[in-house]
Structures are given as C-alpha cells and as structure tokens.
Write a protein that binds this ligand. Structure first.
Ligand SMILES: [Zn+2]
Ligand SMILES: [Zn+2]
Length: 440
C-alpha cells in the first residue's frame, strides 16, 4: 500500500529487477548483475544516472530496516536514502573493479560475502575520513609501472591514552545519558507514524564513557595525526590524472571505527622526447636530406631504448611511421599495447662545404632545376595549393623552390583521413612539445 506516486521515482524493486518478496540473496545477485552492466567502464551500457539510481535502490533494499520502511511508506519512508549518491563522481570509478566500487559506495559489507555495513547507518563505529595524496611520477614510471614510498599523515589511536581519550590515571566511568551504549533512541515523526531513530549520544559523542580528565595529547579525542610510510605499487600504463584507491590508509574512525581510504592522484611528468596520447606515444625524428632521398636505417628512441627503424626512400617531412607495440602497455593488462608514431622531420642542410655545394649544383643540373627566378611565372602557378605547407617548412630558407614538392607528400598518410580529427586534437600538443628542439 505504498502512498501514491507523488514522486516520479521508479520502484526500487523494479530498479533492481526483483519481485517484492525477493530474498536478500536474490536482491544482491540481481544488483551486482545490473551494476556490472551499468559500470562506467562499459562503453555500450555504462550509464551514470541509472547506476546511481541502482545504488540508491540497493542501499534501501539491502537494509532490513530501510526496506521495511520503504515497503510500508514507499519513497517517502526513506527520504534521506540515496541523496549521497548525487555527490559520487562516477568518472572516478573508471578502471576500478566492481568490488572496489561497491566497497566505496557501501563499505566493506558489499564486498564478497557478508551483508549490512551500509553507509547511512548510525549504529556502530563510524569509518574515518578519506585522504588525498598527490603523487608525481616520471613518464617512464607511468609506462612501465613502479613502486613508490609514500609518507602520509593520518589519524590513528593516540599513543598516550591508547585511544581511550582519558589522561593517565584519570577516572573513566560509564556515560549516564546512554548507559554506555554510545547511542540514544530519539522519537521522530515519519508521515503519520511516530517511530524511534537511533542516533549518537550527544553527551559522550558515541564513546559511551565519561572521562574525568581528558588526555592532553589528543584533547580527549583518542586520535592523533601520525606519520606513516608505506609502499604503493603503481600499475603499468597508468594515465596522468588517474586516482588510485588504497583501502584502509585514511584516517582512523572515532571510537574504534575503521580506517578511511587513501586516494592517490597520479601526476605524470612530461618527457623530453615522448608525447603520450592514450596508449600511443609520439616522437619526432630528424632525417637527413640524403637519407630522406635514398632511404636507410636509423636508431629511434623508444620507451624500451633505441630501436632500429627503416626509412623508406623519398620520405617527406610530416610523414608518420608506426613502430608497432612500442607504446604504452594496457592498464591492468586488458587490451593491446599501444604503438609508437614517429613524426619524420627532414632536415635541410644549412652549412654546406664547397664540395657539397658543387654536388647540389650538379644535382640541380641533372634534374633540370632552375635555381633563379627566370621561371617565375611557372613557379607561381605551381604554388597555389602547396603554399601553406611549404611556407612553414621553408621559412628559414626562403630561396628554396616549393615546386614539385607536394607530389608524393600524402603518400604515407593515405588512409589517415578517419584519424584526422583525433590527430588535430593532439597535434597542438605535439607541435608544442617538439618546437623548442627544431632549431637545428
Ligand atoms: Zn590521547
Ligand atoms: Zn553517552
């Protein structure tokens, strides 16, 4: 007899996909199945809104008290449930497993076996705060993974009073307000019915004890901030801006509550040679005039050290050569390793010896190339389309003739049109990264 459909909220049983009389086990099973479908890592079926809706429904139906309130009064009976999911950053779960997400949402209980342990419950000790840590790692450490020593400062039991909050030798007695329970019952109005709600004792703030003389070091809180060191394994393939969740390394909860978690935000330092785009690594490679014309072999820097790459004859500036499987390994070993894209930059010789000059002149003679402006008219006609590109390349050597240049330019890039949009987005990044070094 749910009270009307005043809100447009969906029925929680429908959201989970079970019948009204479903057992806890059925609810849990169906919830996990749906949650996996709506998981943010699922590109096809991932759905933030639906995921939060599902989490909200599960929070209520997995808790016997809330479920019974919902069965009787509908959504109005469990008004406070679910609100906290609005603040959950769905994106932060990307790359995390189901269990981690459930644990973050519902606490230990949702993981694996047992039940209960939902968030909003006042009963029992509260979990400590989550902490954030900014970790800077090198480019190659992000590519291949690493182990990092972290020093954090987290709340833990006070050493002086062993977490009791009482000064040594002081009297500790049972709190009279809650009879040592740490909680009190409070009468609240829920629609037309009055009911009791259990809240933390306002007198002892949940401790259940009355302390004559509070401990000086922790001012009676029982907790002090302590420095802790531990080693964090950072997985290969981790991206800049990723967050890693380290369970149990946050603040200790008050009154014997469990530790919160530590969130480590990864900051990857840029590399002097490599630019990363997802799992693809871009690198710029200078190629000499002679090699560009004749072809040959070169040692190209890769994340695994220098590797031999074949340069086909007649290669042009701007050509992209692919070195397969030399990019970033997939995170958590899922999927394929990325490639390295080599951006070829043909270097025009600048300081020519007399002998070299003669050779180039001979070359020009052989190809019938005019090095003066006599053929001006023809040159201008040839310029139109290739001018923009050619201008960039020849800024420094303004005498160079741009004709006959663009003939085989697009050759290697054929079929790259579908990737052009993506290319554009990181092109700026690549250009920026490579610019300072292109003075040679
Ligand atoms: Zn203390
Ligand atoms: Zn009390």
């Amino acid at each position: 007899m749910a009270i009307g459909n005043m809100s447009s909220k969906k029925d929680y049983y429908e959201v989970i996909g079970v019948a009204k009389g479903a057992t806890q086990e059925e609810i849990k099973k169906s919830f996990r199945k749906r949650a996996r479908e709506l998981h943010p890592d699922n590109k096809d079926s991932g759905d933030e809104k639906a995921f939060k809706e599902l989490a909200e429904a599960y929070e209520v139906l997995s808790d016997a008290q809330k479920r019974s309130a919902y069965d009787r009064y509908g959504h109005d009976g469990v008004k406070s449930a679910g609100r906290r999911f609005d603040d959950v950053d769905f994106g932060q779960f990307q790359g995390f497993g189901m269990d981690d997400i459930l644990e973050a949402l519902f606490g230990q209980g949702a993981r694996g076996g047992g039940f209960g342990g939902g968030f909003g419950r006042q009963a029992g000790p509260q979990q400590g705060s989550h902490l954030k840590y900014d970790l800077q790692i090198d480019f190659l450490e992000a590519v291949f993974g690493c182990e990092k020593k972290l020093e954090i400062s987290a709340l833990d039991d006070c050493t002086s009073c062993l977490g009791t909050g009482a000064a040594p030798g002081s009297n500790v007695s049972t709190c009279g307000t809650c009879n040592g329970q740490g909680q009190v019952k409070e009468l609240v109005n829920m629609l037309f019915v009055q009911t009791y709600q259990i809240t933390t004792c306002p007198q002892c703030r949940g401790k259940g004890k009355k302390v004559d003389k509070p401990c000086r070091d922790c001012r009676g809180e029982g907790l002090t901030r302590k420095k802790k060191e531990f080693t964090l394994p950072v997985p290969a393939g981790i991206a800049d801006g990723s967050r890693m969740r380290v369970g149990g390394h946050g603040d200790k909860g008050p009154i014997g509550g469990p530790f919160g978690d530590l969130f480590v935000v990864i900051h990857v330092k840029p590399h002097k040679d490599f630019v990363r785009d997802g799992n693809t690594i871009h690198v710029k490679q200078n190629v000499s005039f002679a090699m560009a014309a004749l072809g040959g072999e070169l040692l190209v820097p890769t994340v695994e050290g220098s590797k031999v790459m074949k340069i086909p004859s007649g290669i042009q500036t701007g050509t992209q050569l692919v070195m397969k499987d030399l990019g970033v390994p997939p995170l958590q070993g899922q999927g394929r390793r990325g490639d390295q894209i080599v951006h070829v930059h043909v270097q025009t010789p600048t300081k020519l010896s007399a002998e070299e000059k003669e050779l180039f002149k001979t070359l020009a003679k052989i190809t019938g190339e005019s090095l003066t402006v006599e053929a001006e008219k023809e040159t201008i006609e040839n310029r139109d389309s290739s001018e923009k590109k050619a201008k960039k390349d020849t800024e420094k050597s303004a005498d160079a003739e741009p004709n006959s240049k663009s003939k085989s330019k697009g050759k290697k890039k054929a079929g790259a049109t579908d990737e052009e949009a993506k290319e554009d987005s990181i092109l700026d990044k690549i250009v920026d990264a490579f610019r300072p070094k292109s003075s040679d």
